[in-house]
Design a protein around this ligand. Sequence first.
Ligand code: AMP
Length: 282
Amino acid sequence: MIVIRSAARMAAVARRLEREGKRIGFVPTMGALHEGHCSLIRAAAARHDMVIVSVFVNPLQFGPREDFARYPRPFGRDRRLARAAGADLLFAPPARELYPPGFQTAVEVGPLARRWEGSARPGHFRGVATVVAVLFELTRPTTVYVGQKDYQQALIVGQLIRDLRLPIRLRVQPTVREPGGLAMSSRNAYLSAAERRQALALFHALRAARARIRAGERRPGRIAALMRGLIRAKAGVRLEYAAAVDARTLEPPRRLRGRVALLGAVRVGRTRLIDNLLVGVP
Ligand code: AMP
């Protein structure tokens, strides 16, 4: 596995691979890799000649009061895990390589980016869409692999690809969970043992909501109230949002039908966590 730090070198290598007709699978990450990331890398390795993994803690997608400075950056470990999962190339640029002095363009996605994570984290999706657009241009992927864990982000990347007519296929891979059900996240490293147990309240609420829908409930307000009640009842967990929405638009429908996304965000201590489940409503 080769490690590239320079944007110019990354672009040159990707263009050479393109000329050689290689199919490139791309896995963008912020590092602190875990089994969720590795599942994306393995999925890419199974279907592509070449797997590029990027590790970049993107300053544009963090708010001023968020955890950019303390976000974990275990580079040696990331390198080992990426290689073991099947990455051929690790692109780990310093910020000035992606955003050189004078950089002033942003990519803004519309309504899909407004609610949920978009309103809880103003500017977050502008930062995500901007870095993704730059990374796509540098790595020239055939297919990009993202996790359902960040469901709204996955929809936004899909929208960006469609709107900009990028010749890139999007694959959304299932959320990888800890044995107890907690969705794997680099931010789980912030949690104490007690907080890990508390954090499960989010997954349990999503699961209870899914069961209630499967049992016939079709009123999104009732499902949201169920999730909110379960989360609020758990000491140490603060609810940010919980909702049952249309899985394509992320808008709350009048009645649940088709594909429904159950979305939730909580705070446990200083740590912010998100999770979701998709449910098919017959
Ligand atoms: P991040 O490093 O958090 O920016 O995540 C990089 C990619 O890994 C994104 O596409 C995430 O959705 C995906 N990802 C993160 N956690 C998981 C997980 N538990 N299961 C599957 N994919 C994940």
